[in-house]
Design a binder for this molecule. Structure first.
Ligand code: G6P
Length: 367
């Protein structure tokens, strides 16, 4: 049984470890050999003839969409709505002309996502899907299906599919920015260079496994964990919390750092670890001041940052994980790795069924 898990104890561990490889392959699928331009299948997407994007998904795929909203709005200046599929389908949202509808799904079979797709199709929107299974129903019913090329994902908790979804969505954001004249050829090539460095940096992030395991042994003793981030890191904080609750059954919540003072700070004491995801970027100082509010109330902070961030933040944290530097704005792809490992090792420490957590299914094909 270990053999099919590539020598790992669980499929989830194998799938986490595979990410540098599959992410590299996914990126190379969409980037031309010279590394300077993009190539999307079947004529690609016309981002010039639209005025907004509506993204719809469930679970981890929904958090990939929330992350991509930051990229598309920042890089391409195109407004993006993100919806949970089960909410979208019954809300009767108006689909304006000029809306591109995007559906993200690992399996391509999630019932609510498929129903949302059909809702948009009935209203004549152009349908693009981002899927791991090219022969899936969602892929077949789309005008264009973009494969994420993660390979089969067996662990119920999504890992490599998430980072590959992010890679394809990053490609879409860059393509939209280039088409809409917000990035010139040099700017595009620079961002592609940056993206192509992420798989290698992921190896360095995976090498932090021992430090992460040590933190996880403590997390396994707790009942509540908060995850904080700002900007696209807020979306990643939500995904980090989801990963932890899915497989370790510890209550976890993701929050936007700036929202801490509007409620969740009331939960903070020595028993509630707070995981802060903060690469040294434009928002770093703001996130660190939120982190200090936590520490002033006796909160235990696990700071995930890079060397510059660690130097700036000082040594009052409970633990600091020093990540490789991440290219802005694509840090969430890299920072997904420590959050996955943290959830994984916490679950292993608790002895839960990591690959088949209770009450959860890999693909939810009924409502
Ligand atoms: C289930 C899985 C999640 C997944 C979600 C959406 O809840 O356990 O890991 O994110 O469905 O699945 P999809 O196949 O549409 O991405």
């Amino acid at each position: 049984a270990r053999a099919e898990k590539g020598g790992h104890k669980h499929f989830m561990a194998k799938e986490i470890a595979e990410q540098p490889t599959v992410l590299g392959e996914a990126l190379r699928h969409y980037v031309t050999d010279d590394g300077k331009t993009l190539t999307l299948p079947d004529g690609g997407i016309d981002f010039t003839g639209i005025d907004r994007i509506s993204m719809v998904a469930c679970g981890t795929a929904y958090y990939a969409c929330l992350t991509a909203k930051y990229w598309v709005e920042q890089l391409a200046g195109l407004p993006v709505d993100v919806d949970i599929a089960s909410e979208f389908r019954y809300r009767e949202p108006p689909i304006a002309k000029g809306t591109l509808a995007m559906f993200v799904s690992q399996s391509g079979e999630t019932a609510d996502t498929l129903a949302a797709l059909r809702y948009c199709k009935d209203r004549a929107a152009r349908i693009v899907s981002v899927v791991n299974v090219p022969e899936s129903t969602i892929a077949r019913e789309s005008d264009l299906a973009l494969p994420i090329l993660a390979g089969p994902e067996i662990g119920v908790a999504s890992t490599k599919a998430f980072t590959c979804q992010l890679a394809v969505l990053a490609i879409c954001a860059l393509e939209a920015a280039a088409q809409r004249g917000r990035l010139d050829a040099g700017g595009l090539a620079r961002h592609l260079d940056d993206l192509m460095t992420v798989p290698g940096r992921m190896n360095a992030a995976l090498a932090l496994e021992n430090d992460i395991t040590a933190a996880a042994l403590d997390l396994a003793e707790t009942e509540d964990v908060l995850f904080l981030g700002r900007g696209a890191m807020f979306a990643l904080a939500l995904e980090g919390a989801l990963k932890l609750k899915e497989i370790s059954y510890i209550h976890a919540e993701g929050y936007a750092s700036g929202e801490l003072k509007h409620g969740p700070i009331a939960l903070v004491d020595q028993t509630v670890p707070v995981v802060v995801c903060a690469p040294y970027d434009m928002l770093f100082d703001k996130t660190v001041s939120n982190m200090q509010e936590v520490m002033a109330r006796g909160g235990k902070v696990l700071l995930i940052t890079d060397a510059r961030g660690a130097a700036e933040a000082g040594s009052d944290t409970w633990r600091t994980l020093v990540m490789p530097e991440a290219p802005d704005p694509f840090a969430p792809i890299l920072y997904a790795v420590p959050l996955q490992l943290l959830a994984y090792h916490t679950a292993v420490a608790k002895g839960t069924d990591v690959d088949q957590p209770r009450n959860l299914a890999k693909s939810v094909t009924v409502e």
